[in-house]
Design a protein around this ligand. Structure first.
Ligand code: CO
Ligand code: CO
Length: 361
């Protein structure tokens, strides 16, 4: 399907509307947890995953065989092309269902769009989203739209999962191998694209990565014991690792050179193309972070930029028991993934009082 929209050539660029695009537009983790603290506690014996553990979605048990996964994600555009924006936003919203180990079933659009803009642009955004929902095997059943100065788009998604097979963001154990199913760097590369400094190859790669569903990654993982899982989005790889580490009481070691990065990402970061969200994420993980043998006030600072870069529609981060690591990696290879799968580190200790992340190069 072509993402070309000739009526856009020239004037309207979707990224011009917002300061932050995609998951970089997320409210910071520190602010968010302070705000959420004010909310009353909800308890219901059927609520299997609520918001207390900062997981990707809520899960509610309906019968012994079915639990419902509920999630909502929307944001401003990271790309200029409306059809591509729709695809990215939908792939990102659907991802939280996959990150819980579930199957997306029903989706609703959520839209904000300026009244004075060509409605065909909105039509293209929605078509991009609908095509992704279709690809996911779910149904799109409606939604809600309001007028606003900044175009925003996303989905509320309902999915199903067996109550005993939910992937939580905690529960990783000593010895687990951490596998990431997409290369990182989307925040940085998108900035380079906006600054017209990205190579054609890098610009193509970031779009391919952001529009790829985490469906195949989840289906491949399904055949294995997964101790913990989350998707890597606005808080960056280290931010989401730190949530997993804290919630699991685990010490995680990341080998920075093993993390698959998009082409050009390191280079662009070195020239200073680093989204503001990366610094915010870095501050957030600082109390848990041991930078080991990295010279972070020197040449190795770029690793922190990459690992804290806010990802839009990033991959699944899976904690897999060591004994199954080789076979799952082989299956990822056989699955002919559209994205790069990498072993980013391992769980060194579990059952600790506090989470900890150690870096090595
Ligand atoms: Co998520
Ligand atoms: Co989300």
């Amino acid at each position: 399907m072509s993402g070309k929209t000739p009526f856009l050539s020239g004037n309207v660029r979707l990224t011009q509307f917002a300061k932050h695009g995609g998951c970089a537009a997320k409210i910071g983790p520190d602010t968010l947890s302070r705000v959420l603290e004010r909310l009353p506690k909800f308890s219901d014996p059927s609520l299997l995953v609520g918001f207390e553990t900062s997981d990707d979605a809520a899960v509610y048990k309906v019968t012994d065989d079915i639990a419902v996964i509920q999630t909502l994600d929307f944001f401003t555009s990271v790309v200029d092309d409306p059809y591509t924006f729709g695809q990215v936003a939908a792939a990102n919203a659907l991802s939280d269902v996959y990150a819980m180990g579930g199957e997306p079933k029903i989706a609703l659009n959520i839209v904000e769009f300026p009244g004075e803009l060509d409605p065909d642009i909105l039509g293209e955004i929605l078509r991009g989203g609908a095509d992704k929902v279709h690809e996911a095997g779910a149904v799109l059943v409606g939604g809600h739209s309001i007028q606003d100065d900044v175009p925003k788009y996303g989905l509320a998604v309902t999915g199903f999962v067996h109550p005993d097979k939910i992937y939580k963001n905690y529960g990783c154990r000593e010895g687990d191998v951490l596998i990431l199913t997409k290369q990182i760097g989307s925040g940085i590369v998108n900035m380079a694209v906006k600054a017209q400094m990205a190579s054609e190859g890098a610009a193509r790669e970031v779009i391919r990565v952001m529009t790829t569903l985490n469906r195949k990654a989840k289906e491949t993982a399904r055949k294995h014991s997964i101790h913990a899982c989350t998707d890597v989005t606005g808080f960056g790889l280290l931010g989401h690792c730190s949530e997993m580490a804290s919630a699991s009481g685990a010490q995680i070691r990341i080998n920075v050179e093993d993390v698959a990065c998009m082409q050009g990402a390191k280079e662009y970061a070195q020239t200073g193309l680093v989204p503001g969200g990366a610094y915010r994420n870095r501050k957030h993980v600082a109390p848990l972070l041991d930078t080991g043998n990295l010279d972070i006030n020197g040449p190795d600072e770029v690793w922190l930029d990459l690992l804290c870069d806010p990802q839009t529609s990033g991959g699944l981060l899976l904690a897999v028991p060591e004994a199954e690591a080789d076979s799952i990696l082989r299956e990822f290879e056989q699955a002919e993934m559209e994205t790069e799968v990498s072993v980013v580190g391992r769980v060194e200790k579990s059952g600790c009082e506090k989470g900890r992340i150690c870096l090595t190069k």
